[in-house]
Write a protein that binds this ligand. Sequence first.
Ligand code: ADP
Ligand code: MG
Length: 241
Amino acid sequence: MIEISNVHKSFGDVEVLKGVSLTVEKGEVLSLIGGSGSGKSTLLMCINGLEPINAGRILVDDIDVHARNTNLNKLRQKIGIVFQQWNAFPHLTVLENVMIAPRKVLGKGKSEAEAIATEKLRHVGLSEKLHVYPSKLSGGQQQRMAIARALAMSPDYMLFDEVTSALDPQLVGEVLDTMRMLSSEGMTMIVVTHEMSFAREVSNRVAFFHKGLIHEIGAPEQIFGNPLREETRAFVQSSAR
Ligand code: ADP
Ligand code: MG
């Protein structure tokens, strides 16, 4: 379970998160929507300790992410993160790229790391691509490789930050299908997305981020069908277009 209480985060003089509180239960899919610059990516970075916070607290399975004595490397093994783009090592095959973390971070031997990577790549539908170089993959396949790479650490949580935003429209579906599959398997996920139909269909709850705060949070039917707040309504309408 992820418990975020009253988190404040500034870059220099600019306060980007202004007291964010949020709980994500095991097995839940939470979508984060909201305008550009509202703080969504920053929140994800704070959850896995890539960014320090100025006040408040984030607990992941009761581990205080920002406590001085927290082992961040260990914590990050629990939390997979996939970004808009991941630059795989171009001189390594798809399989070799996915093997890196199990080998280097988990200390697995070569054959075990290979077995893990092969299994995760199969899971995202890339069994045919194990021995090709990343540049030979489509954008959608590259994002599925990035998901496999995160899964190779056997995380308990997955964070997705606009993973389909850089893709040609015809490639978006295959990546969303992979995420849908993970959610149906019970993966706990926080998904920053512009894909409103995905957020509506797959999420248990949707949080609308506005000016560094969760302005409204609720079931997808509420947020998309009957938002309580004016700004939510305006955002959802403009995104529907
Ligand atoms: P979103 O993901 O919702 O578009 P971000 O979390 O990326 O928003 O950014 C929120 C605000 O924080 C923006 O104004 C952005 O310019 C600023 N910001 C993000 N990262 C940094 C950084 N590393 N240094 C300074 N400002 C940053
Ligand atoms: Mg962002």
